[in-house]
Design a protein around this ligand. Sequence first.
Ligand code: NAG
Ligand code: NAG
Ligand code: NAG
Ligand code: NAG
Ligand code: NAG
Length: 472
Amino acid sequence: MSNKTLAICVVTVMTLMATVARGRGGRVLQSFDEFEYTAMACREHSASITEFGGVGDGQTLNTKAFQSAVEHLSQYSDNGGAQLYVPAGKWLTGSFSLTSHFTLFLHRDAVLLAAQDINEFPVLKALPSYGRGRDAAGGRFASLIFGTNLTDVVVTGNNGTIDGQGSFWWQSFHKGKLKYTRPYLIEFMFSDSIQISNLTLLDSPSWNIHPVYSSNIIVKGITIIAPVTSPNTDGINPDSCTNTRIEDCYIVSGDDCVAVKSGWDEYGIAFGMPPSQLGIRRLTCISPYSAAIALGSEMSGGIQDVRAEDITAFHTESGVRIKTAVGRGGFVKDIYVKGMNLHTMKWIFWMTGNYKAHADSHYDPHALPVISGINYRDVVAENVSMAGRLEGISGDPFTEICISNATISMAAKHKKAMWMCSDVQGITTGVEPQPCDLLTGQGSEKINGCDFPTDVLAIDTVELKSCSYRTN
Ligand SMILES: *[C@@H]1O[C@H](CO)[C@@H](O)[C@H](O)[C@H]1NC(C)=O
Ligand SMILES: *[C@@H]1O[C@H](CO)[C@@H](O)[C@H](O)[C@H]1NC(C)=O
Ligand SMILES: *[C@@H]1O[C@H](CO)[C@@H](O)[C@H](O)[C@H]1NC(C)=O
Ligand SMILES: *[C@@H]1O[C@H](CO)[C@@H](O)[C@H](O)[C@H]1NC(C)=O
Ligand SMILES: *[C@@H]1O[C@H](CO)[C@@H](O)[C@H](O)[C@H]1NC(C)=O
């Protein structure tokens, strides 16, 4: 081919692409977009939602376009995998499911708008480890982005947005009008190798990100924003998952920023799937009515080996909180927290043994939770109302609590008692103000600092690859 023919070819191709790129109403789509991103796996095949009839005008419903795009691209699941690109625009959609070996990529100016229509959200059965929905006794609406029994899925973007338009759901919830539990924004069930990264999530109807019964999960670079008074808008809820890392997230919400869970009362005990090997790092939280990190209250399958590092919170009710009750059963053990920087808090350390909400009246009153091996170190806090409120269960004390190197400056109007402790046992060193007697047990003089594991989680050895996308 001569240089001249080549030049003509290039011009022809470019003209063709420019023509193709004119979507409905002559709006020019970003047809020459090209970008790189990092992911657990790259894909051989690509398509844009516009190829499936998607219209990003904020009005047209795109549920079918997303469903048919995923269905079409699932043919590549065993053949290099596929990535679906969502260009700049406002893409109104109901719930859709993803497939394996698949990437959903949102352009920085793409907004997925959740439809405010319950008919756009199929109803699923209650989760087996919960026995019932959280908002209502029946089933639950499928999340906006859903996946079950999948492997190797990436949901990412260069900070594209998923807007849950939650006010519609919050109002129905407050009026008691919902027959089923509200949808989440992103949920994966029974899945392996999941990455959710570099996105902004706004105004979720309820929880934002919910990996459940899954393993090998990375949640990274996520901004989550919801009004601090919105109901149950938890940020990230790893639930009965193993090998998870949650990093570099910024969360403002109406409930816990991160809540680690494992099922409810007799249903969670029977299901018996404890989350373990969970790392939470560089989390920033604002949640005036909840915790930066909560363990429970649904913890009946047990929670083990959680490592939280570099946690920052402003105007948040508590730091790392354990919530449980008689009837929960299960355990919370081997919890390690290192490095908390906290400003304007009610309680730094909070453990609640009488968190009463039960799934139903069939819970076992003899099912006592075992809370043991809870370690906090290197804490700086200011403007605090009460340093610690640690309430175990009578006849079932919370044991082996360790707090070291904690400097807590009380608010001008702090509570009279700086610590409130009952049915707990533990050791402390270098803690200011002076902890309650129950935490100055034998051995306190001997410790240097509380434990923090030095081994590496398997999920930390997963390297992200550099992937690219180019339209057409
Ligand atoms: C997220 O975006 C940042 C730049 O904004 C980039 O450095 C990082 O690799 C991205 N992370 C992922 C997991 O895509
Ligand atoms: C998904 O996996 C779970 C657990 O292995 C199994 O019980 C369930 O039947 C599977 N669901 C589907 C739709 O394959
Ligand atoms: C992503 O967008 C949100 C909302 O606009 C913004 O607050 C955040 O700083 C952005 N993150 C990055 C890494 O650009
Ligand atoms: C200190 O905390 C109180 C609430 O206890 C709050 O009203 C006040 O604004 C905080 N002060 C600063 C300097 O953040
Ligand atoms: C105590 O905690 C502070 C704040 O996190 C940290 O800078 C310091 O290194 C810690 N001291 C020790 C002895 O670990």
